[in-house]
Design a protein around this ligand. Structure first.
Ligand code: MRU
Length: 356
């Protein structure tokens, strides 16, 4: 296997052989330890998503699909009603683990649709169909990431400097990733980019995951603190910004990791194109604008204590720790999906993705 493929084709989420557990790479342990975690109950699944052991919008969706299939096998099978009542309860619980990335509810709704569309069949058969659907969600994500990478690569030139924020690579998806996809695909085709990875405070996905994936994949990567984005742009080192997304509203407003909107504002100032890359499963046409997107608030200790040997602020000091922000559609040059590249006005170009 090529150096790039060793990174782009990792099994970050899979079913165990007997299909009774979901196996994930625990992303909180990277880059120092590659540890696999087996998940076989609802609490562990909730915890894995909430604590970001599995993270990245598409990866959360894939994990939730496999997870609810695993849990469905443990539910009562004597009647459809008792099975569905347990299924609905579990679905609601898992769905409450993280609110912003739409892929979580998208995948769980897809799984529920299978249950409801087949209510006349024996429960054992419904469970089998749930297994198929969870595998389809994963397979489709692999195809979508590959297509996004191909479309995204058309926007880049050999030698370009690229800035990325957070992690939208293979660990956050399946194969290639979204924002990192064109970079890996280009590398496979003999192109070389110079990537600047924002470390992404407070949980350091850029440092722990993005710089790790790019380094291991043989891509020229330089890690910077978030507040250094402006200087690398001013130096003329950045020709494009590539970021992932957690929920795209119908007008193109995009929720992504906290700090993304600041990068977009800087990019506009320096005249650098700002591209959002994501599958159509991340577009929420029910959400008209970014104002409707719920922003997850997280534990203040992620700012004050996590990753430090000792607390870096007083216990009584208040913290505001939103996990995401919304980038206004006016700051986005294009949105790259598996179906093609959407340009402004996004209300029209995004809507056309969903026309038959
Ligand atoms: O809190 P996280 O680490 O799940 O946030 C992830 C991001 O913001 C990613 O950019 C996004 O999910 C896209 S993943 C292809």
């Amino acid at each position: 296997m090529s150096q790039t493929k060793e990174v782009t084709h990792i099994d970050n989420i899979k079913l165990s052989e007997d299909e009774k557990e979901v196996i994930i790479i625990d992303q909180t342990k990277l880059p120092n330890v590659t540890e696999y975690l087996s998940i076989g109950n609802a609490e562990d699944l909730y915890d894995a998503i909430k604590q970001l052991k599995v993270r990245g919008a598409p990866a959360i969706g894939i994990c939730a699909g496999y997870g609810i299939y695993v849990l469905a096998q443990q539910m009562p099978q004597d009647s459809f009603d008792s099975f569905y009542s347990e299924f609905a309860k579990t679905k609601k619980y898992i769905d409450s683990s993280r609110p912003t990335a739409v892929n979580l509810s998208w995948a769980l709704n897809r799984m529920e649709r299978v249950v409801l569309d087949n209510k006349d069949k024996p429960v054992s058969e419904i469970i089998e169909l749930l297994g198929n659907e969870s595998k389809n969600i994963h397979k489709e994500d692999i195809e979508m990431c590959t297509a996004i990478s191909e479309h995204g690569l058309k926007l880049l030139k050999d030698g370009d400097g690229i800035l990325t924020h957070c992690n939208a690579g293979p660990l956050a998806t399946s194969r290639y990733g979204t924002a990192l996809g064109p970079i890996f695909l280009g590398k496979e085709k003999g192109m070389n980019f110079k990537v600047f990875a924002d470390e992404t405070r407070p949980l350091l996905q850029g440092a722990r995951l993005t710089s790790y994936e790019l380094e291991k994949g043989g891509v020229d990567v330089t890690l910077i603190c978030d507040n250094m984005a402006s200087i690398v742009m001013k130096n003329g080192w950045i020709q494009a910004c590539l970021v992932g997304c957690d929920r795209i509203a119908a007008n193109g407003d995009t929720a992504n990791k906290i700090g993304t909107s600041g990068v977009a504002i800087l990019a506009k100032h320096y005249g650098i194109p700002f591209y959002v890359l994501g599958p159509t499963s991340t577009i929420d046409m029910n959400c008209k604008t970014g104002d409707e997107i719920e922003i997850e608030l997280r534990d203040p200790n992620e700012i004050k204590e996590m990753f430090y040997e000792q607390p870096m602020a007083l216990k009584e000091t208040k913290c505001y720790n939103p996990a995401f922000d919304v980038t206004d559609n006016s700051l986005i040059t294009a949105i790259v999906t598996e179906k093609g590249i959407c340009y402004p006005p996004f209300t029209d170009s995004l809507a056309s993705l969903f026309e038959d």
